[in-house]
Design a protein around this ligand. Structure first.
Ligand SMILES: [Fe+2]
Length: 457
């Protein structure tokens, strides 16, 4: 059974050939679906929503009202006309609609629905941000990417059940595997369902949101119609490179695939980022990017990204860098082993929330790792304290730390790794079968070296 699963995973992760034989279960209809909240402007006073219908729905709109337990609130809702665009995917032609609600009251719960007069969504609730710094939480997901309906759905649902009061969800790229396969986008929307319509989403593209076209790499045709994201990034990177200030935290989203494909886009992002970091009024700074500054998986490295961005993160005191791509888990910071300090520079995290797994390389920078483990993270910010918790997809606390901001700009680090939760580093049996004896030996040697370093520390 395992072998069959492994073969299926290999086939599906390389190319979803099998999908071409399947009848599309995600055909659009006049009823809104793929409803998702995001921000394209100030989270305290605006909220964007995007959704899909079939092309029979020409004009669409959203209705919004202050949320009220008296259901007659619906008679006092305001209507906002949607902008609509056509997307011809490999499966169907559909309309994607979006609305940005403006002039909202900060820290306030609203109710909204989307539709066209005949067919509507249910009424959803969302809450605007406060204008000033205030405690909040968000969930971070590494790559979902493969078997998104079958095996990522449990991660997002477990995460939401753990923290239903969360303020938003952050997706660090590779939401899907084949950027032009509408069924995969259908799975991603199926997995999150009404959670996306209730909690706002921040996402960066990974390499799997880009496809090859001759010598170029192009952003998935689904990205911009599906999500309504800020256009405050560099000119050619709108809605893939942007920032959002949320209750005392500056969240910066970088498009690392664009950097790797085009050095001009790397330079543009670097210049833009430096401007943002230099003039940053927020107490905390979180960067999210798909390709990691420091890798966790065997045979992976992104020196051009590291060489260009890591110095800026150090110089301007970025607190946390949330990444994906390596299909393993690693958490640590840029300091040689053996050196001990509680004052930390940027904390780097690589994580994976979907089922595709690689082998760990036990790099020098990592202080807590996992392989073959689906994870999600809950991050809480409250004044001078940022608390990070990584949970397995079964809801077990696996890793945790706290950063306390000090007067000198540095963070005091406290390791809160739960006692008695062993590091998950064994190669699973099915992966072992595809490794040759030298690879297994190398893995085991690196693991032993890592354990020895950790013991010394
Ligand atoms: Fe990736």
């Amino acid at each position: 059974m395992y072998r069959r699963f492994f073969i299926a995973l290999t086939v599906l992760t390389s190319y979803n050939l099998s999908f071409s034989q399947i009848t599309d279960p995600y055909t659009p209809s006049p009823v809104p679906d793929r409803i998702i909240l995001s921000w394209s402007d100030d989270p305290a006073t605006t909220q964007s929503v995007s959704w899909r219908t079939d092309i029979s729905v020409g004009e669409a709109w959203a209705e919004i009202s202050l949320a009220n337990s008296d259901p007659t609130f619906i008679f006092f809702a305001d209507t906002v006309k949607a902008t609509t665009q056509v997307l011809a995917s490999n499966r169907n032609v559909s309309h994607y609609h979006s609305v940005t609600f403006k002039n909202l009251l900060p820290g306030t719960k609203y109710a909204y629905r989307v539709g066209n007069g005949t067919h509507y969504s249910e009424w959803f609730h969302f809450k605007t941000a406060k204008t000033e710094a205030a405690p909040f939480s968000f969930i971070y997901f590494g790559d979902a990417q493969n078997f998104v309906k079958a095996l990522w759905s449990r991660t997002i649902r477990e995460a939401f059940m753990k923290m239903p009061d969360v303020d938003f969800l952050l997706h660090a790229g590779d939401l899907i595997n084949n950027p032009r396969e509408d069924m995969e986008w259908g799975e991603w929307f199926y997995a999150g369902g009404w959670i996306y319509g209730t909690k706002s989403n921040i996402m960066v593209p990974g390499n799997h949101e880009y496809y090859r076209s001759g010598r170029d790499r192009l952003l998935s045709d689904h990205w911009k119609p599906s999500f309504t994201l800020p256009e405050n990034g560099p000119e050619n990177l709108k809605e893939t490179t942007y920032y959002i200030d949320y209750q005392g935290v500056r969240i910066i989203c970088l498009d690392t695939q664009a950097m790797l494909a085009d050095s001009k886009k790397l330079k543009e992002q670097k210049k833009w980022l430096e401007g943002l970091l230099k003039n940053n009024p927020q107490k905390w700074t979180v960067v999210t990017q798909h390709h990691p500054i420091y890798s966790t998986a065997m045979g992976r490295d992104n020196p051009s990204i590291r060489n260009n961005f890591q110095p800026l993160y150090e110089k301007y005191g970025v607190d946390l860098v949330l990444q994906g791509h390596d299909h393993t888990y690693g958490r640590g910071y840029n300091m040689e082993f053996g050196k001990k300090t509680k004052d930390r520079g940027p904390m780097y995290v690589v994580s994976v929330s979907g089922p595709k797994m690689y082998n760990l390389n036990f790099e020098d920078w990592v202080e807590r790792v996992a392989s073959n483990t689906q994870l999600f993270q809950l991050i809480h910010v409250d004044g001078d304290v940022l608390k990070y918790e990584a949970y397995t997809t079964t809801g077990v606390l696996y890793d945790a730390f706290e950063l306390k901001k000090r007067g000198n700009g540095q963070n005091r680090f406290t390791d809160l790794t739960p006692e008695g939760v062993a590091e998950q580093v064994e190669i699973s049996k099915i992966y072992m079968e595809r490794m040759n004896p030298e690879e297994i030996q190398k893995y085991q040697r690196r693991y032993e070296e890592y354990k020895a370093r950790r013991a010394k520390n």
